[in-house]
Structure formats: C-alpha cells, structure tokens
Write a protein that binds this ligand. Sequence first.
Ligand SMILES: Nc1nc2c(ncn2[C@@H]2O[C@H](COP(=O)(O)OP(=O)(O)OP(=O)(O)O)[C@@H](O)[C@H]2O)c(=O)[nH]1
Ligand SMILES: [Mg+2]
Length: 217
Amino acid sequence: MLVQLKTALQQAGKMSEGSPPKLEANILVIGAEKVGKSALTVRFLTRRFIGEYGDIESIYTHRVIMAGWEACFRIWDSVCSQVADLREKQLRWADGFIVVYSICDRGSFQSARQQLQWIQQLKKRTGAAKKPVILVGNKRDLQHQRSISSEEGRLLALSTGSSFFEISAAETYHGALVVFHELLDMVRDSRSSTKRAVGIRGIVRSMSAVFGKRRTE
Ligand SMILES: Nc1nc2c(ncn2[C@@H]2O[C@H](COP(=O)(O)OP(=O)(O)OP(=O)(O)O)[C@@H](O)[C@H]2O)c(=O)[nH]1
Ligand SMILES: [Mg+2]
C-alpha cells in the first residue's frame, strides 16, 4: 500500500520580499530493510524521532520556504530493500536519490552498493546523468556496533559519483536537514546546468542554421 501525505507550508530562514522562486523536486529514499529510511524522512518532515515507523510505503508532499526559495518536496519513502525491488518507474520519477545504509549492518552497505550501481546504469540508459545521489550512513549514534568505517562509506560514494553523509536520525534533526537541503541544492544546480547546456546547444543550432543557410545561398 502506498500512502500519500501532505504537510503544511513551513518556513526555514528569512522570507524574501515578493513571492519567492519555486522549485519542485521528487526525492526517492531507498536502502535495505530497517536502516532508517522512514526515521530520516520523518525527522526531516517533523523534526521528531518517533522510534517505530511500521513498513508503510509513503509519498509525502512537503512545502518549505528556505534560502529565499519555495521548495516543494515530494518524498517517496520506499520499502525497497533489494535491487530487484526497485522499479524503473520509481527511478524515472525521481529528480534525486537518497540511498541509506546502517553503519552497523554490512549487508545494508552491500545493498546500498548494488542500488547505487543500478541507479548509475539507469542514468546512463536514460541519459539522466545529472540526477544527483546522496549516500547516507545512518545510526551514527551506535558507534560501539559500527562495522562500516566512514572512510569505506566515503569511498563508495566517490566511486559512484555520489555525495556522502553520516548521520544519526535518532539523535539529531540537523543531519536530516542537511541531507535534504543538500540534495535540493544539487537538483537545482543540475537543472540550471541542463538549461545552460540546452541553451548553448540552442545557440549552436541557430548559428549552424544561419551559417548553413548562407552556405546554400
Ligand atoms: N540507534 C538508532 N536507531 C535508529 C536510527 N534510525 C532508525 N533507527 C531505528 O531503526 C529501526 C528501523 O527504522 P525505520 O526508519 O523504520 O527503517 P526503514 O528503513 O524505514 O525500515 P523499513 O521501511 O521497514 O525497511 C527502528 O527501530 C528505528 O527506531 C538511528 O539513527 N539510530
Ligand atoms: Mg520505512
């Protein structure tokens, strides 16, 4: 069952004068079972850590004013634990991805690796190379149970062209906030660079058209 939920408009930071520019972003949160996908998402949406979340798949719509932008997030908190569970439709829907593992669970780190590779392949196939990805090592508060070093996480992110954060959804709101804001910034940057590329292609096309015409005149 996929549940759709909306939160009220929130404001983070100062309102700019006039109506702020808008940015919409579909964010897909994936990762192995029980790594804290829902804890991370709910932390960001409500600032709270509830403890138990069930295994309901949800799409949240969340509007927030931040850094002079009105951001509309649609966050798909998935229940996909294996690559086989990922559907191409979900990956096409997403403008950005958050891949979560638990720093105490080696199996979840392997799943994250496979999911990152799958996203990379899909990006190549669909020409969506610019869609940003963030790898998140969660449960940082459980240092005594750690089985994946920060370095390993960072290397995996580096090798798959992703950004990397280690957080504890249980302990702080700040980590979740940084992850989602960073991804939104990356989505915005990827769109403006795509626009720039299209713009440059447009100029090249018009120039070729002009020069092409002259040549045939
Ligand atoms: N210690 C600690 N526990 C966490 C943290 N984040 C989540 N948990 C716990 O890990 C368990 C799983 O959290 P969920 O958020 O339900 O994980 P999930 O990935 O959404 O799980 P599924 O949707 O069932 O795949 C819960 O018991 C949470 O309380 C964290 O940062 N630290
Ligand atoms: Mg969940």
